[in-house]
Design a protein around this ligand. Structure first.
Ligand SMILES: NC(=O)c1ccc[n+]([C@@H]2O[C@H](COP(=O)([O-])OP(=O)(O)OC[C@H]3O[C@@H](n4cnc5c(N)ncnc54)[C@H](O)[C@@H]3O)[C@@H](O)[C@H]2O)c1
Length: 336
């Protein structure tokens, strides 16, 4: 039987584990898998521009499991009261090919994206960074703040969204945490106040939400919202002058900020930094830039974690998804 983890189950699981503990377990699973990068067979995701958005399939396997995620990016959905990003995923046993887990992944995607950004900041940002800026306070934003709060020790959050209601929602959701919140009226003001910056806007255009001249020496940037062809957030001049780290170069060349630059601007893939094959930050002055688009290993890690925790807790529902005749050669018997 396949275990099914609904949104309700996921909420219950995270509540039971505790938000910070759950994020920490995600971080541990992600770092473990990034270090084991060479045993995976990475491939760029299959992305299709359909209607006014993108639908992507993100498969990967190691020596034990195969996973894939179905994920969408439809910024104009907000007009109809629907989300920009939605996702679900499957974890399967590679020895039988049988699926073991079918899980909601809209919440999981927000969490893993935030934790990966915080991992990049852990290795690339100045250790003394306490101010965090975020541009675009939509669905992903609070997750980004909390991952940097839990793992990078930020104390002050500077934020801007062109939608005032999104800023109010953001402040409400984060009011319970020990963070000083500073609403600002422009992306420029966010950049000028922050040592770590995340961009999480959602627009199908080659935007320059951040300009090079706004960025102070020593800043670390997580560019999260530019994650599809012709969907970018940064001034290309910033790519030329920063230490750029990507997840998986062949995918990032098509979907990341670096689609607007020559790939020679890329310093490393994130796994090389986490495995200490390449140095992270090497001076207080350099500007570091994580060009995040989301990679299949990140979904693999969270699906593996959720599978382990759900098995331990007996959480979720057993789904009758795969036909299971008594005699495996007698599939027809199920219809008699
Ligand atoms: N890199 C990854 O792994 C990854 C994972 C998930 C989502 N994403 C991307 O992150 C982005 C944010 O996702 P979301 O679910 O939060 O979307 P969302 O639609 O909920 O929020 C986006 C917010 O950006 C604001 N915005 C748009 N343009 C702006 C601008 N120029 N200045 C200030 N604010 C602006 C909008 O008003 C909105 O509040 C999307 O582009 C999504 O595709 C990336």
């Amino acid at each position: 039987m396949v275990r099914f983890i609904s949104v309700k189950d996921m909420r219950e699981l995270i509540k039971e584990e505790g938000l910070e503990d759950f994020f920490r377990q995600v971080l541990n699973f992600l770092e473990d898998d990034f270090v084991k990068w060479k045993i995976f067979r990475p491939k760029a995701r299959i992305a299709e521009g359909l209607g006014e958005g993108t639908i992507e399939l993100m498969p990967i396997s190691d020596l034990r499991y195969y996973t894939f995620k179905y994920v969408t990016g439809y910024p104009k959905n907000l007009r109809w009261g629907k989300q920009t990003v939605t996702a679900f995923g499957v974890l399967a046993d590679i020895f039988s090919g049988y699926p073991l887990l079918l899980s909601e992944m809209t919440l999981l995607t927000a969490i893993r994206t935030a934790v990966v950004a915080a991992i990049s900041a852990k290795y690339l940002a100045c250790r003394s960074s306490r101010s965090f800026g975020i541009i675009g306070t939509g669905a992903q934003s609070e997750f980004q703040v909390l991952a940097h709060y839990f793992f990078c020790g930020i104390t002050d959050v500077y934020y801007y969204d062109k939608d005032e209601r999104a800023m109010e929602k953001f402040a409400r959701n984060l009011s319970a945490f020990d963070l000083r919140l500073h609403p600002l009226s422009s992306a420029e003001a966010v950049c000028k106040n922050s040592e770590i910056i995340t961009t999480t806007t959602a627009v199908y255009a080659q935007q320059s939400v951040i300009k090079k001249e706004w960025i102070k020496e020593g800043t670390h940037i997580n560019a999260v919202g530019g994650d599809a062809p012709n969907k970018t957030e940064l001034d290309p001049a910033l790519l030329e002058s920063s230490k750029v780290v990507v997840e998986y170069l062949p995918q990032s060349q098509v979907e990341g900020e670096i689609q607007r630059a020559d790939s020679s601007v890329v310093y490393a893939e994130l796994w090389e930094i986490i495995s200490y094959e390449k140095a992270g930050r090497t001076s207080r002055e350099e500007v570091t830039l994580f060009d995040s688009v989301g990679f299949a290993i990140e979904d693999f890690s969270v699906l593996r974690l959720v599978h382990q925790l759900a098995e331990k807790r007996g959480l979720g529902q057993k789904l009758d998804l795969i036909a299971n005749p008594c005699d495996p050669k007698d599939l027809f018997s199920l219809l008699i």
